[in-house]
Design a protein around this ligand. Structure first.
Ligand SMILES: [Zn+2]
Ligand SMILES: [Zn+2]
Length: 250
């Protein structure tokens, strides 16, 4: 499978990356995980506008879901459209929330382009991928994902504070895409986000092979986040996420 980091900017788009968006490809199937603000633009560098087969949304904060509104325009109104509905796996409130964000009338709704499925902590097949979901530690209903294909696995934290479920989800993963929003400062708000050190501690406990620090907030020094992660006892490969980075797994 191939993982492409489309967007890795935390909380809002940065100068070099849109907000959260990750593209998983296997057997010609294209699964987009999170579609934060700005992501639809950068996604077009990697695949055609209509080539998305399924979408997963970790949670309904704007920096993870808002470009689904824009993608409705693409699926509905672009030449040759409307295009077939595609599945969107998201927290149960997604249709109501995103219809309001778009400013849709009662009919037609975003459901004309998207077949919404409410996420729960479970395991399901999405195209060729086995996708395991677990609840993370964030102020709203938020899911982490473990996406597996051909004996390889990528775990993605979504947004989370310290979280034992994330360690379970990332057990022996080839790649842990873990948020590292904060600097390692005293008196951090608990149950919201991780810093680099905490991300590396989760990766070490999980035994992940490679840690990619993501959800990098533009107002912080990302090299400092990386160096703080390097002190946490994680011995695998460690790096910062970068928009456009491609990981070929297996
Ligand atoms: Zn976020
Ligand atoms: Zn969030």
């Amino acid at each position: 499978m191939r993982l492409t980091i489309v967007g890795c900017s935390g909380s809002f788009p940065g100068p070099d990356s849109p907000a959260s968006c990750y593209l998983f490809e296997a057997e010609g199937f294209r699964l987009v995980v999170d579609l934060g603000n700005g992501a639809l633009g950068a996604l077009q560098r990697h695949i055609g506008l209509h080539e998305v087969d399924a979408i997963c949304l970790s949670h309904l904060h704007a920096d993870h879901c808002l470009d689904l509104c824009s993608y409705h325009v693409v699926r509905t109104y672009s030449p040759g459209g409307p295009f077939p509905r595609i599945p969107v796996y998201a927290p149960a409130d997604a249709p109501r929330r995103l219809n309001r964000a778009y400013g849709m009338p009662d009919e037609p709704t975003l459901e004309s382009a998207f077949d919404f499925h409410a996420l729960t902590p479970d395991r399901r097949q999405i195209g060729p991928f086995e996708v395991t979901t677990a609840l993370m530690n964030h102020p709203v209903e938020t899911y982490g994902f473990r996406i597996s294909y051909g004996g390889r696995s990528v775990a993605y934290s979504g947004d989370t504070g310290e979280c034992a479920e994330l360690v379970r989800l990332a057990r022996d993963a080839d790649v842990l895409l873990c948020e590292a929003s904060f600097l390692d400062l005293p008196d951090l708000t608990p149950d919201l986000h991780l810093n680099g050190r905490q991300a590396a501690e989760h990766a070490a406990k999980a035994g992940a092979d490679r840690l990619v620090l993501t959800h990098l907030v533009p107002w912080y020094d990302h090299d400092r986040i990386l160096s703080e992660a390097a002190t946490a006892g994680f011995t695998g490969r460690l790096e910062l996420a970068r928009s456009g980075a491609v990981y070929d797994l297996g």
